[in-house]
Design a binder for this molecule. Structure first.
Ligand SMILES: [Fe+2]
Ligand SMILES: [Fe+2]
Length: 152
């Protein structure tokens, strides 16, 4: 089996681990500042990323590789909601770029199953990107009156 593909799967796993720690840390910060609705949605996205990390680990193990437990970045702390959203949009956009490229490499390595794993992840990352962009859009346009709807 291709070492190249295992490295790509592990690169993606590191990326997922970064997103998990980022979204969970935002979840706690938002809960602390009483933005309960936004906090629980961020937690939901974090759980989706946990499932991605697990799916990648399963594939790596199947290919006889060793799943990494290292994130590829540190979670940013103490950001305001607009900055949090910018951070998350960046993470999702980078993941999309990375997974699109990885899917193409898997195809050239003739590993259709790993390619499919990346495609499944891609579909969900596009959903996350869309979600964070929509919220950012509302915050930019409506400001405080919209933020109030995210409390609870
Ligand atoms: Fe993910
Ligand atoms: Fe995502």
């Amino acid at each position: 089996m291709s070492k190249k593909v295992i490295d790509l799967l592990n690169g993606a796993r590191s990326r997922e681990l970064t997103a998990i720690s980022q979204y969970m840390s935002q979840h706690y910060e938002l809960e602390d500042s009483d933005f309960g609705k936004l906090a629980s949605k961020f937690k939901e996205v974090a759980i989706a990323e946990m499932k991605h990390a697990e799916k990648l680990a399963d594939r790596i193990l199947f290919l006889k590789g060793e799943p990494t437990s290292k994130p590829d970045g540190a979670a940013k702390q103490g950001q305001q909601i607009p900055e949090m959203l910018t951070t998350n949009i960046g993470l999702e956009a980078q993941a999309i770029k990375m997974y699109n490229e990885a899917a193409m490499v898997c195809a050239s390595e003739k590993d259709q199953i790993s390619k499919k794993v990346f495609e499944e992840l891609l579909k969900e990352e596009e959903g996350h990107l869309d979600y964070f962009e929509n919220i950012k859009d509302h915050v930019d346009k409506l400001g405080a009156s919209y933020l109030v709807t995210l409390t609870g």
